[in-house]
Design a protein around this ligand. Structure first.
Ligand SMILES: C[S@@+](CC[C@H](N)C(=O)[O-])C[C@H]1O[C@@H](n2cnc3c(N)ncnc32)[C@H](O)[C@@H]1O
Length: 473
């Protein structure tokens, strides 16, 4: 495709009988050992290296839909361009192979390819497939007139084959299981199991009359796969069971299948089994005339007015179905519109709240900005004052230190705050004496009243001047 430079939408279906295998495939994780089988370029282009494994890149993973499917029993996918079924045929009996290869022929588009495993071949099916490359076991669908058995018969035959195999195996007969299978195959209506999102997880019986692969991007969504006339009531019924507590929702509708119209009963139930651990729904489809039989797909009988008009009656019938479809679509649309309108209102109210919060925040921000500016001005003023104080302080200190007068500055508790160099010798002061009480100081002055005089000055706040002698005269 790349070499041809074409943009082609690709859808990959990965199916297996084994649900655990499908889970592994869905995770898209591969062991480190794949590096030995894949070229470096492929590895880099399609995989991401994680801690101890490789993970397929999302754009490739998104192309794939994985589902549990029994190729011998379940309805096959159709309009497929390439089927890769490697190493399965070798495990099947010749009889099962005879059923499977026509099924593959039926699934493939004109000119579609089939790829088998290295020890398998389509020998014996030359009427259905041409060999393109015998070494790589590549075959192309042949446009022969070969009749393909309808898949529904195949399902029943496969079930019968299994039952007879079980009967033949001595000591392994589980009659209850055989009876269950027999009842399910012959009497139970066609059914599918879907998850909450409508994705089909399991198919039972002949669902081809009600479901078909939708055109465009391939999908396993049951609503998208529903045939004309079924889509709307099916979607509505799924919504109804998901949004109410009803154990079952039933609807009757008309479905168009291959140009014919048939009336069917649709039933949806919750699949109640604690082992499942999540919500699954079972949908059953029952034709109103003759449960499950092909006759049920016959066109509706024309009504009295249209007797004799043949196809006109059929057209009228189709018109009626289309009208009723349209009506339900309109009703659904109205319900969706109402939901949208209320969701819109909520969004609007949240938006308004956000806007008003935003305005408040804007105002707070402006206030904070102006406060900040004021603080900056005050700060600048304070800094200027501090600087002038520091300068005055320096001047004073210089003045004091430059005079030869002995001075001791005391605080209110008469502890030494500061002294001049001249005072150092008279009182034997060192720098560590700052903070010591005056009473503790020894002086070389003959002045025993120094402490009492200092206390008096502090009390009276009046200066006191005295002439005293130094002890050295
Ligand atoms: C030997 S493995 C081959 C796997 C892979 N194609 C390969 O070549 O490596 C056979 C696979 O076929 C699956 N299988 C067996 N019977 C099947 C059936 N009736 N429908 C779908 N898958 C089936 C098995 O579960 C198993 O995963």
């Amino acid at each position: 495709v790349e070499r041809l430079g074409r943009r082609v939408g690709i859808q990959i279906f990965g199916t297996d009988l084994d649900a655990r295998g499908i889970e592994v495939a869905r995770a898209g994780r591969y062991p480190e050992g794949i590096a030995a089988d894949l070229g470096e370029e492929r590895l880099r282009r399609f995989f991401l290296k994680e801690e101890r494994h490789y993970r397929i890149k999302k754009d490739i993973r998104d192309l794939a839909i994985f589902a549990v499917q029994d190729v011998l029993r379940d309805p096959p996918f159709t309009r497929v361009d390439l089927i890769s079924c490697r190493n399965l045929l070798i495990y099947l009996t010749a009889d099962a192979q005879k059923r499977l290869l026509p099924m593959f022929h039926y699934s493939l588009n004109r000119g579609g390819f089939l790829m088998l495993g290295s020890s398998e071949s389509a020998t014996g099916f030359e009427g259905l497939f041409d060999a393109v490359d015998r070494r790589w076991k590549l075959y192309r669908r042949k446009e022969s007139g070969a009749t393909i058995r309808p898949m529904f018969e195949l399902a029943a035959r496969a079930a019968d084959a299994r039952e007879s195999m079980l009967l033949k195996a001595p000591g392994k007969i589980d009659l209850a299981d055989i009876l269950r299978r027999h009842l399910a195959t012959n009497y139970a209506p066609p059914a599918v199991i879907i998850d909450e999102k409508g994705q089909i997880e399991q198919i039972h019986g002949r669902t081809g009359l009600f479901l078909e692969p939708a055109p465009g991007k391939a999908s396993l969504n049951v609503v998208e796969m529903a045939r004309d006339g079924l889509r709307t009531p099916l979607g509505a019924a799924i919504r109804q069971i998901l949004t109410t507590d009803a154990p079952e929702v039933r609807k009757t509708t008309r479905v168009r299948t291959n140009g014919e119209v048939m009336s069917i009963r649709l039933s949806i139930r919750r699949l109640l089994d604690p082992k499942i651990g999540r919500l699954l729904l079972v949908i059953t489809f029952e034709p109103e005339e003759g449960a499950g039989s092909r006759e049920a797909a016959k066109p509706m009988k024309p009504n009295r007015k249209t007797v004799g008009l043949g196809s006109t009656g059929q057209l009228e019938e189709e018109l009626r179905t289309t009208r009723s479809d349209l009506q339900s679509t309109i009703e659904e649309l109205q319900a969706t519109n109402e939901e949208l309108a209320s969701a819109n209102e909520e969004v609007q109210s949240v938006n308004e709240e956000l806007q008003s919060s935003n305005e408040e925040l804007q105002t707070s921000k402006e206030e904070a900005q102006s406060l900040n500016e004021e603080l900056q001005t005050v700060n600048a003023e304070l800094e200027a004052k501090l600087q002038s104080f520091e300068e005055a302080n320096d001047d004073l200190l210089n003045l004091i230190n430059s005079t030869d007068i002995a001075m001791i500055f005391l605080d209110n508790q008469l502890h030494v705050k500061r002294f001049t160099p001249a005072a150092q010798s008279a009182f034997h002061l060192i720098d560590a004496d700052v903070g010591r009480p005056l009473a503790d100081l020894r002086s070389s002055l003959e002045y025993p009243d120094l402490l009492a005089d200092a206390e008096r000055v502090l009390e009276s706040l009046m200066p006191l001047e005295k002439e005293v002698r130094a002890s050295d005269g």
